[in-house]
Design a protein around this ligand. Sequence first.
Ligand code: FES
Length: 158
Amino acid sequence: MGSETIVSSGLIGGGLLPDDDTVLGEGFRPQITVFMCIYCAYMAADTAGALRIKYPADIKLVKLPCTGKVDVRYMLEAFEQGADGVCVIGCPIGNCHHVHGNERGLARVKYTKRLLDEVGLGGERLEMYFVSGGMGMTFANAIKEMTARLRELGPNPM
Ligand code: FES
């Protein structure tokens, strides 16, 4: 897909602390594919690692030059390959390094959410978040929020 899958356990920068017992407790552990831009989003993940902020480790990170590069097909393929949920994380609106890329990415996320609703998978399994580079806690909270939501929804039925 022209992007690079970098890790499956979230080890970036100072390193994720995959303390799943503390973060998640017992039960279903959703698999989340995270499409992230290499600027603010990757830096935020790096900040989270450097600050040793704990968040669920069951994520597959896919680096993109910009969230404007995320394609509807990429998101659907992530679900086809078994992801329980998909996140797209990019720079804040107005701060995209490719000017309007994150707005284009958001439009594709909204479109894909409608497709997921139509096929019965549920658009709530897909979400977009915006972070700046220093927002390690916000990055971690996005992963935690998505994980909590997916635990409510249950496994990908595909
Ligand atoms: Fe980060 Fe465009 S460069 S979303």
